[in-house]
Design a protein around this ligand. Sequence first.
Ligand SMILES: Cc1cc2nc3c(=O)[nH]c(=O)nc-3n(C[C@H](O)[C@H](O)[C@H](O)COP(=O)(O)O)c2cc1C
Length: 183
Amino acid sequence: MRKYRIAVFVGSLRKDSNNRKLANAIVRLAPSDFSFKQVQISDLPLYNQDDDANPAESVKRLKGEITASQGLLFVTAEYNRSIPGVLKNAIDHASRPYGQSAWAGKPAGVMGVSVGAIGTAIAQQHLRNVLAYLDVPTLGQPEVFIQAKDGLFDENGNIGAGSKKFLQAWMDQYVAWLKKHAA
Ligand SMILES: Cc1cc2nc3c(=O)[nH]c(=O)nc-3n(C[C@H](O)[C@H](O)[C@H](O)COP(=O)(O)O)c2cc1C
């Protein structure tokens, strides 16, 4: 059976991050031929084009993990109606040096949770814009804009009953779409 390795990017470094909890929980809805690994972005230096010829070990690791994956999953917070800087920094790192982007052609899912009523919708639109430029196709539907509320996760960190059906449908769609891209 073919295996699909997915590189997961969490757009928040906060210890108690809801987006990290969502990233941990959503992968439990995936079939056994899919494996997910959260990519560390907290130790990346601030992107500086002067370093393109001599990238840090953390940058080489980042690009290696993307290259080794068949797909991507972004689970991001919204900061000031856009993508948190830590996530954009990681995206910029892996897009360079010019002509050596690790992103091109890797299919991606996008989702997020925030305290705001529109549940990271604007951050996700900004992210989709950036990913389109990097030649990363994104799953269009269903969109996943989640407002953090009690019961979103159960006591074991699984998706709570109220969102389970919707997010399982998202996962089923993501899996089918990703397999088509990987074929
Ligand atoms: C710098 C900053 C900017 C924020 N801007 C937004 C925003 O534009 N929209 C929103 O819904 N929430 C915003 N928030 C609140 C976040 O939704 C909330 O902190 C959320 O818990 C962050 O995700 P996390 O739990 O994964 O860290 C902001 C929080 C911070 C710290």
